[in-house]
Design a protein around this ligand. Structure first.
Ligand SMILES: *[C@@H]1O[C@H](CO)[C@@H](O)[C@H](O)[C@H]1NC(C)=O
Ligand SMILES: *[C@@H]1O[C@H](CO)[C@@H](O)[C@H](O)[C@H]1NC(C)=O
Ligand SMILES: *[C@@H]1O[C@H](CO)[C@@H](O)[C@H](O)[C@H]1NC(C)=O
Ligand SMILES: *[C@@H]1O[C@H](CO)[C@@H](O)[C@H](O)[C@H]1NC(C)=O
Ligand SMILES: *[C@@H]1O[C@H](CO)[C@@H](O)[C@H](O)[C@H]1NC(C)=O
Length: 371
């Protein structure tokens, strides 16, 4: 009961946000580019020879277009953020941009993918962060063609938002999967985490070179509380501390990276991160946080639970739309939880740019006025 009331309140809040920010169907940023894994994938894996695939029922059971390749019952977190930003449509997957306007952005995220190139190979192969960046370069040159020159493309791309949510698979799938990957024999957890952050930061710098100025970086969730991980360790319900502390280490280093980049690029860029605080969001609002809604892992045509908004987890690994909604709203507007974003929420990140644009407009108007 309490949960239903909470959900209704969340939905009302969401509706209010949409009215407040989405007026006249004009989005707050002209474009959004998405990098990541299954938490953000919207169909890039559908034609890949990988077992990290979900373009079948019951996935998408609560999504208007059905099973699109989203690893949840409804919208992903970034889908909901996309709506909060006022976009009329979801951002199309790189694998199928036909019929979509790439000037509004592209989603490169791939289920199973990691920061490291080899992550996900045991599932058949995913599109790693480096390859996602290569795909972005293809889109950037298409945008340059559309706009008439690489310079115009660069100017345009500087106005976009760049969302990066990746790293979970580098731990769950790679480091803590020694049967398939040697990394835990090569690195200590501390060294591995440092190597991940360094590789992530190289990719963020490469993105900066091709126009990215506003970044939303996502921390990792409590990996040790994922049902799949608990089953593997046979913990009989309790979370796996080793994996939670890996996520915690990653998140601390991500916070430090955000500080470092905000200092280094204070003249032209802004980086924020979300979900890096130790207790990012409590699961207490949900009546079921330890078992997935699909009791046997959302295999094709399986019947999921009825009360999906009571559950944190949809399948063995991925959260429900209800959980995504809570996370997206906290990332967008941290009014209810100040610690959820750092150093500001997405709403303020967007405002920050608008101020710069206003100054610029004022400058050009006064220039024109003196002519
Ligand atoms: C590609 O996207 C378009 C527009 O969203 C959609 O109508 C079409 O079904 C998609 N094609 C495939 C193969 O998914
Ligand atoms: C990972 O792949 C990218 C893109 O294919 C490549 O540029 C990069 O050098 C690779 N990184 C490593 C560590 O092999
Ligand atoms: C598992 O947890 C349940 C509930 O907390 C408890 O009743 C049961 O004895 C535990 N089983 C084992 C093997 O520890
Ligand atoms: C979900 O609904 C079923 C009946 O449809 C009920 O038996 C079950 O207790 C509910 N679960 C929760 C967590 O509310
Ligand atoms: C606009 O520019 C003028 C002249 O440079 C300045 O006096 C004024 O404060 C500016 N207005 C805003 C809103 O920045």
């Amino acid at each position: 009961m309490a949960c239903d009331i909470l959900l209704v309140m969340l939905l009302l809040f969401l509706a209010a946000n949409c009215i407040q920010y989405g007026v006249h169907g004009v989005s707050q940023v002209p474009c959004l580019f998405i990098f990541g894994d299954s938490l953000s994938d919207s169909g890039n894996n559908n034609e890949l020879p990988t077992s990290a695939k979900c373009n079948y029922r019951p996935y998408g059971i609560d999504f208007p277009a059905g099973s699109t390749g989203r690893f949840t019952n409804g919208r992903t977190e970034i889908d909901i953020i996309t709506q909060l930003l006022g976009f009329e449509n979801f951002i199309p997957p790189f694998a199928n941009t036909s019929g979509s306007d790439i000037l509004k952005g592209v989603n490169y995220a791939s289920g199973g993918a990691g920061i490291r190139n080899e992550t996900g190979s045991h599932l058949g192969g995913s599109i790693s962060l480096g390859m996602q960046l290569a795909n972005h370069r293809v889109i950037v040159s298409e945008i340059a063609n559309k706009l008439g020159s690489p310079d115009l493309a660069q100017q345009y791309l500087e106005k976009c938002l760049y969302y990066v949510n990746i790293g979970s698979n580098d731990y769950i799938g790679n480091y803590f999967n020694p049967q398939f990957y040697p990394t835990s024999r090569i690195y200590s957890l501390e060294q591995y985490t440092q190597a991940l952050i360094e590789e992530l930061s190289l990719n963020l710098l490469a993105l900066h070179d091709i126009g990215a100025r506003k970044y939303v970086l996502s921390g990792l969730g409590s990996l040790g509380c994922v049902p799949h991980v608990k089953h593997l360790y046979g913990t009989n319900g309790s979370c796996v501390e080793e994996q939670n502390s890996a996520a915690f280490k990653f998140n601390n280093k991500l916070n430090a990276l955000v500080d470092q980049f905000n200092n280094r690029f204070s003249a032209d860029s802004k980086f924020i991160c979300k979900g890096t605080a130790p207790k990012a969001i409590d699961t207490h609002e949900f009546s079921v946080s330890d078992a997935p809604c699909c009791p046997f892992g959302c295999i094709p045509d399986q019947k999921p639970c009825n009360n999906r908004s009571d559950y944190v987890f949809w399948d063995d690994v991925h959260p429900t739309e209800a959980w995504n909604l809570l996370r997206a709203m906290s990332a967008f507007d941290s009014i209810t939880d100040q610690t959820f974003t750092y150093p500001m929420d997405i709403k303020h990140l967007v405002d920050y740019e608008i101020k710069r644009e206003l100054e610029f407009t004022n400058e050009t108007t006064s220039l024109r006025a003196t002519e």
